[in-house]
Design a protein around this ligand. Sequence first.
Ligand code: TYM
Length: 330
Amino acid sequence: MRVVSGIQPTGNLHLGNYLGAIRQWVAMQHQAESLFFLADLHALTVAIDPKELAANTIEMAATLLAAGIDPDKAILFNQARVPAHAELCWLLQGTARMGWLNRMTQWKDKAGKNREGASVGLFTYPVLQAADVLAYQATHVPVGDDQRQHLELARDIATKFNLDFGVELFTLPEPFISPAAPRVMSLRDGTAKMSKSDPSDASRINLIDSDDAIAQKLRKARTDAEPLPDTMAALAERAEARNLVTIYAALAETGADAVLAQYAGQGFGAFKPALADLAIAVLSPIRERLTRLLDDRAAVATVLEQGGERARGLAAPTLLAAQRAMGLHV
Ligand code: TYM
């Protein structure tokens, strides 16, 4: 078993990243050899400011450490420092099909109507993501539901490569989607996922938000006037209410039905302050650790450097085997 996953170092980590991915990373690092990385190469597929990218990479790495990633257990690094990712990505470009990439919903969403003006990297983004996990023979990839399609593509690429070159080289990676919070939704719109790119900061809870900001965002979260029912099924048509109950259950590490058993019949006037208290209890220790870690950015950079060295060692044999299979070693 080998666990691999990544996150783009853009903006702040939010509650969706935490409940959908990072909390699983923290748990899985104790169960299997794990590699987690800042996907700085993926961040290059849209316009970037180099200084900002470098600062975000350190800050995001510090946030992962604050959230519980332990560099003695997991390998933490930034993707750009392990050249095997970009090299294997190029080798896989001959295997990936235009039609497969054209079907990617993230490509369609991000390019929008301006496909001609989108970067080539935005289109081939999922091939790099496939290289990220295939380079390490990952068996499990803990991600939120929005990455499921990219993982399926990685499996398709691995299968076709193995078949085309007559090798049993790449392991097919299994997506591991958080059962508790596969898709945390925006606090302003229960039909949109919570996202770093939402222009409204009130739509998400950032891991660096103060206690007051967390309480205020939850107080203002969009809801309805009905009291809470006693089953999740009864929330089918109430997206915002369902989202808040799901967040509560995920934070409390309990089931949504148990939450409803406690709050059935009550309105959001009672539920929201309880949710805010819970969110603050979980998130404020992370924020405090993060503040301390950011006092010594050089130490965070050292963690990434050491992680990069270990990751280079682990990726090298697979890259070499791929080159051999393709006739690149003469
Ligand atoms: P990114 O940076 O958008 O998100 C990082 C992780 O957080 C999850 N996530 C969510 N989960 C639940 N609810 C939400 N609202 C929510 N928003 C984000 C994402 O599913 C992800 O697991 N392409 C990836 C980064 C990547 C990667 C990889 C992941 C690059 N290479 C290889 C896995 C394996 C991305 O942009 O994630």
